[in-house]
Design a protein around this ligand. Sequence first.
Ligand code: NAD
Ligand code: WQD
Length: 326
Amino acid sequence: MFKILITGVAGFIGSHTCVRLLNLGFDIVGIDNFHNSSHEVINSILKITNRKIVFYEADIRNSKKLCEIFKKEKPEAVIHFAGLKSVAESVEKPLEYYDNNVSGTICLCRVMEKFGIKKMIFSSSATVYENSNPPFDEESQVSAPKNPYGKTKFTIEQILFDLKDWDIALLRYFNPIGAHESGDLKESPLGIPNNLMPHIINTALGKMPFLTIFGNDYPTFDGTCVRDYIHVEDLSEGHSKALDFILNKKGIEVFNLGTGIGTSVLELIKIFEKTNKIKLKYKIGPRRLGDVAVCYALTEKSQNKLNWKPRFDIEKMCRDAWDAAL
Ligand code: NAD
Ligand code: WQD
């Protein structure tokens, strides 16, 4: 069976993808520096799958260490999740974001090239569409987003497009939420969370007195922003399909991973409340700088070329996220 190296394996999406690939029989070498995750996740992966991964606590910017790992493990392909992902933090610490995400990816690619490994799946983001009009397909115009986090994703995409003899699946995620059905894996960011679902969970747990909705005067049906939420398990399946794709095909391809269905912030709150039979306290606050009103995907290309279709609805996303939090 193929051996796949996963960077950011202890993170939210990396851990779910790792479990799926182990269950499919792949051998996994995992790397993480635990900047936004903990060692417990590695134990959870073993608990769920009853399979061990070869794990290295390492930073993707440490070229020497990466060389040792590639020399010893000889992976066939890399799924590259490792990165910093907070938009707000990136505005405060732009150099940290450019260094970690852009320099880190260049370091990783150079080591891959040195060892003749030129197959990669990269975690990009729908944020690269932020200056276009929704819905977005893979041909929609991309441009540098306004915040440094988004700029790192845009820049890495541009770098990867220049690697002509590589096989790369560039995956643009929309809004991943939910958790593994076992409840043993979930989104558990260290520090103050950035995204909406962790805030909903913290409010439901009583860790936050109320949730602030960032603006209700957007040109949407209820005034709150609309996003394309996707279950992390569907996302992880998208990675296994993308892996089949790069292991069999040549060149670089972009794929959207979303459901194509838009849900507003208020709708998500209501669905979370109804599904989990819980009341959420919330207040309407001012708009958050940089938010777009509407963002959702067109997913025909992923469905046709990857033979991938998301299966889980928004109720299931809310249920699994809450069950894993309890
Ligand atoms: P996450 O923070 O849960 O996982 C990222 C993992 O990478 C963490 O475990 C972290 O410790 C590790 N890491 C960070 N920098 C590292 C470094 N230099 N060396 C080694 N390990 C490092 O985030 P996630 O939600 O799982 O996201 C995974 C990827 O997907 C990220 O690149 C993110 O930008 C991208 N993405 C995420 C979303 C989202 O909403 N979650 C949306 C679009 C794109
Ligand atoms: C969703 C909606 C907020 C928190 C970001 C990145 C993107 C991608 C996914 C990350 C928005 C509203 C949020 C809160 C709120 N990558 N909100 N109250 O902004 O769509 O996308 O995460 O790695 O690149 O930009 O996701 O979850 O932050 O927000 O009202 O306390 O929820 O305004 O409309 P976003 P999000």
